[in-house]
Every structure is written in C-alpha cells, then in structure tokens.
Design a binder for this molecule. Structure first.
Ligand SMILES: [Zn+2]
Length: 66
C-alpha cells in the first residue's frame, strides 16, 4: 500500500472526506496533501513532475477500481 498520508497532518482524508492528492514531488517521492493543506504544500504551478505524478496516480486508482 502506497503511503498517501498528508505530508503536514498525516491524515488520509480531509475533514470533508476527500482523499489526499499529490501536490508535489520531492526527492523523487510523491508528496500528498489533504484538502486543508494542499495550498500550503503545493509545488510551484507548472511543475511537469507533479502533473505526471498526478496522472499516474489517477491511472493507478482507475486500475484499482476506484
Ligand atoms: Zn493535511
């Protein structure tokens, strides 16, 4: 199981129940954030590594059946 905990608070879902998402790639590792901390942890806009990581994450979730 991949580690999907928010890099700030360690939660796997936000208070609203939304799952964490990749917001940055640091040292080759995906950085996840809950809805509360996405703005705080997000990489600068336009980072291609982040876009690729998010697409791969979405594809993984689709293959896993949601
Ligand atoms: Zn958080």
């Amino acid at each position: 199981m991949r580690k999907r905990a928010c890099a700030r608070c360690g939660k796997f879902v936000s208070r609203a129940g939304a799952p964490t998402v990749i917001v940055a790639v640091r040292n080759g590792a995906d950085v996840f954030a809950c809805a509360d901390h996405q703005g705080e942890l997000a990489a600068p806009a336009g980072d291609p590594l982040v876009a690729i990581a998010q697409l791969q994450d979405m594809a993984r979730r689709r293959r896993a059946g949601g």
